[in-house]
Write a protein that binds this ligand. Structure first.
Ligand code: ATP
Ligand code: MG
Length: 260
């Protein structure tokens, strides 16, 4: 299914940006002078060979690592010095951060647990039952949205690997992120689950920004509006998939390590 580069009629809007982002580990520069603009209602891919610095960029954006130089802006606020938990509360959510799937809870209960966080229901135990009902309705909505309706009452432990990752995405969405960061969401999945997760990401990105690291280039071609290629910590190329995949430098960077 093709997605046009103009998936909505809204003006593209930068929700997350980095300027001159740089990270040194001792004398080694893992990320060098990276500029990045992530837009609302777009799926943005960050690709590049192993060790290119993709995960480090994610760690910098989510503030798990402090940059050596450069600045980061989220929804108009400078977050260069903001603590990671605050950044998450502002709406920048990385899938694995909060995606603890509890194996001995059902799918429904996993989603309900995740939903309690943004609504602060965990500390408001005196709330009337009707507010829990509202939570149930939202949980069922999310479960249906990611296609886990049949597994609603199954234990998370009994789900296949791919379905567990789909559940993780549902628990991430429960936090209602404005910008969603996914580090290799398709890793280890079979073709069927890849199709399912691709559809979910496409759907999710209609109302928020998605930045994803992805090694599977056919997924990138299929669902990503914009691609940034990193190599040895630096931006090598940028543009839509058709443009970057024809770039000779990108082909060279991938030679031998990818099926590009
Ligand atoms: N905490 C650290 N200390 C020292 N070096 C690090 C640290 N984290 C990452 N690196 C190095 O920085 C470089 C970039 O690593 P990073 O994990 O960001 O790459 P990546 O693009 O995510 O690779 P992959 O595709 O394999 O996941 C690598 O050479 C890695 O060894
Ligand atoms: Mg990585």
């Amino acid at each position: 299914m093709a997605v046009s580069a103009t998936a909505t009629h809204e003006e593209p809007r930068v929700v997350l940006s980095a300027r001159g982002l740089t990270k040194h580990f001792g004398a080694f520069a893992a990320v060098k002078n990276v500029d990045l603009d992530v837009e609302h209602a777009r799926v943005h891919a960050l690709i590049g060979p192993n060790g290119a610095g993709k995960t480090t960029v994610f760690n910098l954006l989510t503030k798990f690592l402090q940059p050596t130089a450069g600045s980061i802006t989220l929804l108009g606020s400078d977050i260069t010095k903001t603590a990671p938990d605050k950044v998450a509360r502002m709406g920048l959510v990385r899938s694995f951060q909060i995606s603890a799937v509890f194996p001995h809870l059902t799918v429904l209960d996993n989603v309900r647990v995740a939903l309690q966080r943004p609504n602060n229901l965990a500390t408001q135990f005196w709330l009337p039952m009707s507010s829990l009902d509202r939570l149930n309705a939202r949980a069922d909505e999310l479960i249906e949205a990611v296609g886990l309706k049949r597994e609603r009452d199954a234990l998370a432990a009994d789900l296949s690997y791919g379905r567990k990752r789909v559940l993780e995405i549902a628990t991430t969405l429960a936090l209602d992120p404005k910008v969603l960061l996914l580090d290799e969401p398709m890793a280890g999945m079979g073709q069927e689950d890849i199709g399912t997760v691709s559809n979910i990401i496409r759907e999710v990105a209609k109302t928020r920004a998605v930045l994803m690291v992805e090694h599977n280039l056919s997924v990138v071609a299929d669902i990503c509006h914009h691609v940034t290629v990193l190599q040895r910590g630096e931006i090598l190329a940028e543009g839509d998939y058709a443009t970057v995949s024809q770039d000779e430098r990108v082909r060279l960077a991938y030679m031998g390590s990818e099926d590009a």
